[in-house]
Structure formats: C-alpha cells, structure tokens
Write a protein that binds this ligand. Structure first.
Ligand code: PHE
Ligand code: NA
Length: 501
C-alpha cells in the first residue's frame, strides 16, 4: 500500500507506543488509590472483570477500527458512515483537548518537584507548601489570580518536548521516543519499587494493599470505579488507539498487540501499587501513625504524600525524589504525545495541511490553552475538567463507538479483518460484547452518574462553574464536531473502503 500515510517501523515500535500512551500518571497514582479506597485486594476482582469484559474487547475494537478502516478517528468513522464522522471529532475536541491541557500542567508540576526534591524545598509541611506556596489556590475557579512562574516555565518545557517529538513524525519521532522512554520507565519503576520494599514497615503497607475486603463488592460504586479506571488507563474513548493502529502495515497481528498492550498496562499498575503501599507503610511505621490515617490524609496527592516520605528518607531522600518525579514525567510525556498525535492525525487526514505546520500550531495552542492551569485557579479548573472527562467523555465515546460499529455497520467486516491479520482468532462472543454487553454496562454507569450529578453539584463547586466550564464545553465541542464533519475532504480517493472489504 503506497498511500503516503505515516507508518511504524516495526510492530515492537507500535506496541511500545501504545503502551507509552496507556501507561501514565493514572497507573502510578490513581490505580493504587482506587485499590485502597475500594477494598484493597478485592478491588482486583472488579478491576480484572472490567479489563476482560470492557478493556480488552474495546481496545481490540479501537485497533480494529483504525487498522481496517485505515484512518484516524474522523476518517475511520467517516468510512463507517458519513453520518458518524462527528463521533471521530468529538473525543478529540472534548476529551482530548481538556485532558491534554491539564495533563501537561500536571507533568509541569512533576518537573518542578523534580527540582524541589534536590533541596527538599517543601520543608516540614508539604501539604501547605503544595496548596499555599506552590499552587497558591484561590477559592473559586473564576478567581484565577496570577500566573505561577515555576509552573509556566515547566509547562513551556513540556510543550517544547511534545513539539520536538511530534514534529519529527510517527517513526522518527513517537516510535523512537517510546523506544527510549519505555525501557527507562521500567528501570526507574523497578528500582523505586525494590527500594520501597526494603524500607522499614513496607510489608504492613503491602499487606494492606493485598488484603481483600469482599464486602465492598456489593457496592455498585466500586464497579463504576473499576470500569472508569479501565477506560482511563487504556486510553480508550479518545481516538488515540484508532490513530495509532492506522499506522500499522497490513500484516500485523492486531488482536495479539491489543492483548499485550492491555496486560503490560495492568501489570505496570499492579507493580507500582507495591511501591506506593510499601512507602505508605514506611511512613506509618516511621511516624507511628496508623496506616489508615496515613492513607486517608494523603493518598490522593502525589505532591504531598511522596514529598513527606522523601523527607523521612534522610540523605537518600533527594535521590529517591528525583527518580520518582522523573518516572512520572517520562510516563506523562509518552501519554501526552499520544494525545497530540491523535489530533494531528485527524486533521492531517482531512485537510491539506503540512504536518510540521500543524504540529507547531497545535503545540502552540496546547501551551496557550494550558495557561489557565498555571494560574492560582488552575487546580479548581483541573478538578472540574477531570470530573467531566472521566465521568462523561470516555464512557459516552466508548458507548457510541460500540453502537456505531455494532448496530450501524457490519461488525463482521472488522472481526473478519482482525482474524485475517492476527494469529489469535476472535469468536462471535466478541460481537456479542460490542453489540449488547458493553452498551448495557456503559448505559447503567452513565445513568448512575447523571443521577448523582443532578442530586448534588459536583464537589463544592457552584452550578455556575459546573455549567460555565463543564456543560458548556460539552455543548461547544459537540457543535464544533458537527461543523468539522460537514467540511469537504482534501481528496476523495482515500474515502472509500477499508482494508478488509
Ligand atoms: N492512560 C493514561 C494514564 O493511565 C491516561 C491518558 C489517557 C493519558 C489518554 C493521555 C491520553 O495515565
Ligand atoms: Na494507564
């Protein structure tokens, strides 16, 4: 196929890039926190069920859509039916635009903390340092205050790195970066986990991590969290995996690649969970505070709990801190480039724009849009945007993907194609999951979320801020998606069929 389309140089490169997108800030911190909150080891049961019933089948679907329809999300959905093209744009405009802006800001915090680690700059109150000195958080998202210089500078660094990688293209840019980042991340993580496991009290933390509380399994919210985490962690419902799969040459064992990516991502989460809990166990032993209390007061905050632990490590603290924040930065950047690439890929497929110019414009836009998160109101914006993206963006996009392919398209075109190029064969059970099981699960989750939303405004925010930021963003991004979907394509010769027809 000589279409001039970008391609990966090797299947390994593709898998590393997919893992690079999947493994991110969510694996290291969000996963351990959810595990503890939701019953320790017993959370692994809903988590694994969600992985098998939703994560793996949907990742196979996204890889299948991208590879068979042979296009980024907008192009692939256009080829499913021009009436569905908007569904290719909406995740880019709503979910991804929101996520890339705050995700880059959190990476910027990590870079700042990498430097703070060298001098233990947070002193003896990391909590107050984070909220009052570093972020200087205001009391309402509309009170944005001033820009925080250290965050602004680090954010600029993040976008320059994103730009350098993306502008070089798929093979020489993204693939090469992940070939360096992923081994580096694995080494850093193994070192940190083993180090943490040798600390005094570590085993108490680990046993809390692994002690099941089966009573939690009857709580529906535990299941909602498990399904939500699987979407977020596998980068599903963003269009990223569709774009990445479209760069794969014809013979490529796509189903096998999906399973490797999913298992590597969850394996990484399980592994870092040991490190996080070992460290919490150490803090509890060292300060003589019950483990529950250590977890309660700090688990959600990589920027409070870890700094506390790092200070307690004595002379080895700065080294530990630098390694930890470096690992977060590397995990974050390999995810943020995947978001930008999904954008580049969608626009490049549709409009006659040169890739370098496009990458430059999008990185500038990303940096400019991210400025709000460098202000004193930034944390509040982040919290609201994250709430809307996780609870609506991903789930709705996943639900509509299943409906579009399962009900408005011949799903067997995708399945037969996957079976032709892959060693592992998908049975009709997969059709059944995409057509019935997932739409039902995801609708239940969605209705549940909507009810909770109507019963009380999220968090402590006013309805004005939720509507002004969250709901209006849903509306604007939907409108823009419809506008983009009716624009003419640069050429029509790539609009016809996929590779399987
Ligand atoms: N998968 C990432 C994580 O677990 C989250 C993410 C999704 C980041 C999509 C970027 C793009 O952290
Ligand atoms: Na992940």
């Amino acid at each position: 196929e000589t279409t001039g389309r970008n391609t990966w140089k090797s299947r390994t490169g593709f898998i590393l890039a997919a893992i690079g997108s999947a493994v991110g800030l969510g694996n290291i911190w969000r996963f351990s926190y959810l595990t503890y909150e939701n019953g320790g080891g017993a959370f692994l049961i809903p988590y694994l069920i969600a992985l098998l019933t939703a994560g793996i089948p949907l990742l196979i679907l996204e890889f299948g859509i991208g590879h068979e329809r042979f296009g980024s999300a907008p192009l692939a959905f256009h080829k499913i039916s021009p009436r569905w093209e908007w569904l290719g744009w909406w995740p880019l405009l709503f979910t991804m635009f929101g996520i890339v802006l705050y995700y880059s800001a959190v990476i910027a915090w990590c870079i700042d903390y990498l430097f703070f680690s060298t001098t233990l700059a947070w002193g003896d109150d990391p909590n107050s340092f984070f909220f009052n000195s570093f972020l200087q958080v205001t009391s309402s998202p509309f009170e944005i205050g001033a820009i925080r210089m250290p965050i602004l500078i680090a954010l600029l660094v993040v976008w320059v790195v994103n730009w350098i990688i993306i502008v070089r293209g798929v093979g020489p840019g993204i693939e090469l970066a992940n070939k360096i980042f992923m081994p580096l991340l694995l080494i850093l993580t193994l070192a940190l986990v083993f180090w943490s496991l040798t600390l005094e009290g570590a085993m108490v933390g680990v046993s809390a991590y692994l002690t099941p509380d089966f009573s939690k399994l009857s709580d529906p919210m535990v299941w909602v969290s498990a399904y939500g985490q699987i979407f977020f962690t596998l980068s599903l419902g963003f269009g990223i995996m569709i774009a990445y799969a479209s760069y794969m040459p014809y013979e490529s064992n796509m189903t096998g690649s999906a399973i490797i990516t999913a298992l590597a991502n969850s394996g990484f989460s399980l592994l870092s969970g040991f490190g996080v809990f070992a460290l919490l166990g150490f803090m509890s032993a060292n300060q003589g505070i019950a483990l529950e209390d250590v977890v309660q007061e700090s688990i959600g905050l990589a920027f409070v709990a870890y700094p506390k632990a790092i200070s307690l490590l004595g002379t080895a603290g700065p080294l530990f801190g630098v390694l930890f924040f470096l690992s977060l930065t590397v995990a974050g950047i390999s995810s943020s480039i995947s978001i930008v690439e999904a954008f580049v890929s969608g626009i490049e497929d549709k409009f006659a724009i040169n890739r370098e110019l496009l990458a430059t414009l999008l990185c500038l836009l990303g940096f400019a849009g991210g400025l709000i998160f460098t202000t004193q109101g930034g944390l509040l914006w982040l919290d609201i945007v994250d709430h809307f993206i996780n609870n609506y963006g991903l789930i709705v996009a996943g639900l509509l993907e299943c409906l579009a392919v399962g009900w408005f398209f011949k799903i067997d075109i995708i399945r037969n194609h996957l079976n032709k190029v892959s060693k592992l064969q998908l049975g009709t059970w997969w059709n059944w999951i995409i057509k019935f099981a997932l739409p039902i699960f995801l609708s239940i989750i969605l209705v549940n979320q909507l009810f909770r939303e109507l019963l009380g405004a999220y968090g402590k925010y006013s309805w004005e801020s939720l509507i002004g930021i969250g709901w209006s963003w849903i509306g604007i991004s939907l409108l823009l998606s419809f506008v983009l979907a009716v624009q003419p394509w640069k050429t029509s010769n790539h609009l016809q069929n996929g590779r399987g027809e």
